[in-house]
Design a protein around this ligand. Structure first.
Ligand SMILES: NC(=O)c1ccc[n+]([C@@H]2O[C@H](COP(=O)([O-])OP(=O)(O)OC[C@H]3O[C@@H](n4cnc5c(N)ncnc54)[C@H](O)[C@@H]3O)[C@@H](O)[C@H]2O)c1
Length: 375
C-alpha cells in the first residue's frame, strides 16, 4: 500500500489549515499552498502560530511541542513545491472551475502515483477531477467543520478510484485519529444530504409566530435527542453556507428519482437578511399537536433520504449510522430511530413527506409495512 509521509494542502483557510494542523500533529510533514506569499504568512500566523501560542498560555502544550508541530509545516505559493507530496488535499474555495484548474496544475507537477483528493462539500469528485491525468489516484476526502475537532471523514471513491488509493486514504484517516466512512461519489456524499434536507424542512415551518425559531430549535432537540438542535447548527455553519448548500442539493436531486425539498422562502429571507436565526425570539410553543406536525415531517425527511442513500448504494447502513452519530452528534442514527419507533410508524412518517412532495417514495416503504432494519 502507498506509504504517505508528506502531504500537500491547497488553500489554507478554515478547513485546509485545520486539516494541515491535524496531520502535522499526527506526524505528517505538511506543505501548504496559498495564492501568494503574503497569504502564506498570514494564514500560517492565523491558523498555526496563534492557536498554538494560546495552547501554551493555557498550559495545554509546551514550547518544545509547539516547535515540533511548527517544524512539520511549511507554506508556499508555487505548485512546484508540492512535487514531493504523497497525497495532496485540495481545500480551496467552493468553485468548480477553480478546483478543476487546481487538479490540472497539480497533475503537471506531482508524481504519477501521488494521491489527489478534494475536500469539496458539494461537487461530484469525478467532475472536479476532469483534468487530473491519473483519475485512479483521485478521491474525495471530506472533513467536517471544525476539522481538527469533528472526528468524521468521508472517504469518497469515485468510479475510477483504485483500491490502493482507497486503502491509503483509509489508513491516513486512521493515523489522523479520525473515524472514516466509505461513501460513493454522490451529491453532498452521505451526511450532508440528511443534514441539509433536515434544516430545509424545519425552516419551511418558520412563521415568526407560533413556529418561531425558539420553538423549531426546541422541537428538533427533542425529536433527535440532541443538546444543540438544527436551528443552532445552521447558525454555526452560517446561513450563507446553508442557503447555497440547499440550492445545490435541490439542483442535483430535486428532479431525480430520489427527490429533494424545494429551497424554503424562509431560508432565502433569513440568508438575504444577513442575520442568524434568533433562538430567543419568543415563547416555545407547547401545543402537542402543532409540535408533532413539525417533528413528524422532520423525522420523515431523515428516514426518507437515509433510505434512498442505502437503496442507491451511496453508503452502508453501518457507516451511515456511525457517520451521523459522529459528525452531527445525534445519539441515535436514522435506522436505530426507525427500528425503535416501529416500522409502521416510520412508514407513516415517510408517507407524510412523500405526500408533501419532499421526496419520491423509497422502495422499502412502497408496499406493506417493511421489516425492521438489520443493524
Ligand atoms: N467551512 C466548512 O464548514 C466546510 C466543511 C467541509 C468542507 N468545506 C469545503 O472546504 C473547502 C474550503 O472551505 P473553507 O471554509 O476552508 O474556505 P476558506 O475561504 O476559509 O479557505 C479557502 C482558502 O483557499 C485559498 N485559495 C483560493 N484559491 C487558491 C489557489 N488557487 N491556490 C491556493 N489557495 C487558494 C484562499 O486564499 C483561502 O485561504 C471548500 O471546498 C468547502 O466547500 C468547508
Amino acid at each position: 500500500m502507498t506509504e504517505i509521509s508528506t502531504i500537500g494542502v491547497v488553500g489554507f483557510g478554515v478547513m485546509g489549515a485545520a486539516i494541515g494542523m491535524n496531520a502535522a500533529m499526527s506526524g505528517y510533514r505538511v506543505v501548504f499552498k496559498e495564492l501568494n506569499d503574503e497569504l502564506v504568512k498570514t494564514m500560517f500566523d492565523r491558523w498555526i502560530v496563534s492557536p498554538l501560542n494560546k495552547r501554551i498560555e493555557k498550559g495545554k502544550m509546551d514550547q518544545a511541542q509547539m516547535d515540533q508541530v511548527v517544524s512539520m509545516i511549511s507554506g508556499t505559493s508555487h505548485y512546484e513545491d508540492l512535487a514531493e507530496c504523497d497525497l495532496v488535499i485540495e481545500a480551496a474555495v467552493e468553485n468548480m472551475d477553480l478546483k478543476v484548474q487546481i487538479f490540472d496544475d497539480l497533475s503537471k507537477v506531482c508524481r504519477k502515483d501521488t494521491i489527489l483528493a478534494s475536500n469539496t462539500s458539494t461537487f461530484l469528485i469525478e467532475k472536479v477531477m476532469t483534468k487530473a491525468t491519473h483519475p485512479e489516484r483521485t478521491a474525495g476526502l471530506h472533513y467536517f467543520f471544525p476539522a481538527n475537532v469533528n472526528r468524521l471523514v468521508e472517504v469518497i471513491r469515485q468510479k475510477a478510484t483504485n483500491d490502493d488509493t482507497y486503502d491509503a486514504l483509509m489508513g491516513f484517516a486512521e493515523k489522523n485519529r479520525k473515524t472514516a466512512i466509505t461513501v460513493k461519489d454522490f451529491p453532498g456524499f452521505a451526511i450532508n444530504p440528511i443534514f441539509i434536507s433536515s434544516y430545509m424542512v424545519l425552516d419551511s415551518f418558520y412563521n415568526g409566530k407560533q413556529y418561531n425559531a425558539a420553538t423549531l430549535e426546541d422541537i428538533s432537540q427533542k425529536a433527535l435527542g440532541v443538546r444543540f438542535g438544527i436551528m443552532w447548527v445552521q447558525n454555526g455553519s452560517g446561513l450563507g453556507t446553508c442557503y447555497h448548500a440547499a440550492v445545490s442539493m435541490y439542483d442535483y436531486l430535486g428532479h431525480s428519482e430520489i427527490g429533494y425539498p424545494g429551497v424554503p422562502s424562509q431560508l432565502i429571507n433569513q440568508f438575504e437578511g444577513g442575520k442568524p436565526w434568533d433562538l430567543t425570539d419568543g415563547e416555545v410553543l407547547q401545543d402537542e399537536a402543532l409540535r408533532k406536525a413539525v417533528a413528524d415531517r422532520l423525522l420523515g425527511t431523515i428516514f426518507a433520504i437515509s433510505t434512498h442513500l442505502i437503496e442507491n448504494d451511496v453508503v452502508s447502513i453501518k457507516d451511515l449510522e456511525l457517520g451521523v452519530c459522529t459528525s452531527l452528534a445525534w445519539p441515535k442514527g436514522p435506522f436505530s430511530l426507525m427500528n425503535e419507533m416501529g416500522m409502521a410508524e416510520a412508514a407513516r412518517l415517510v408517507k407524510t413527506v412523500v405526500e408533501a412532495g419532499d421526496f419520491k417514495m423509497p422502495k422499502k416503504f412502497s408496499g406493506d409495512t417493511p421489516e425492521a432494519w438489520a443493524l
